[in-house]
Write a protein that binds this ligand. Sequence first.
Ligand code: RTP
Ligand code: MG
Length: 138
Amino acid sequence: MSVEETLVLIKPDGVARNLTGEILRRIEAKGYQLVDVKMLEAPRELLAAHYAEHEGKPFYEPLVEFMESGSIVALRVAGNRVIEGFRSLAGTTDPSTAAPGTIRGDLGRDWGLKVQQNLVHGSDSVESAERELALWFH
Ligand code: RTP
Ligand code: MG
C-alpha cells in the first residue's frame, strides 16, 4: 500500500453544470476518502501560484480567466496511489478524446468546447500534490 493525498479541483464548469455530486460519487466509488472539502472563488494570486508552471504558455491567460469565472470545489483526497489513480479516473486533458468511463470522457462536452473546460484538476506527482495542497488548504 502506498497511501497518498492529492488535490482535486472541480473547476467552474463542473460546479456550474451541477456535476459536483456526480464527480464526488465517482471519487468515493473508487474507494478514495474525502479528507477535506471547500468551495471558493479562487483569487488570481492563488491561481497564479497554482498554475506557475504554465505561465507564458498561450493557454495560460484564458485558463486563469476561466478558473476565475465561477466557484471551484477543492478536495483533499486520500487513497492508495491516489495521485496517479485520480488522473486515470479523470481521463486525458482534452475531453473530446478522453476515454469513455472517465470523468472527462463521460461528462465533458464535445461541442463548443474549450480544452480548459475539462471539469477537474488532479495533482500530477507527489511533489505537486504537496505544493498544491499547501496552497489550497492551509
Ligand atoms: P490539470 O492540471 O487541470 O489536472 O490538467 P492536465 O494535467 O491534464 O493538463 P495541464 O497540461 O497541466 O494543463 C492544465 C490545464 O490547462 C488547460 N489547458 N489548455 N492547449 C490548451 O488550450 C490547453 N492545454 C491545457 C486545461 O484546463 C488543463 O487542464
Ligand atoms: Mg496538470
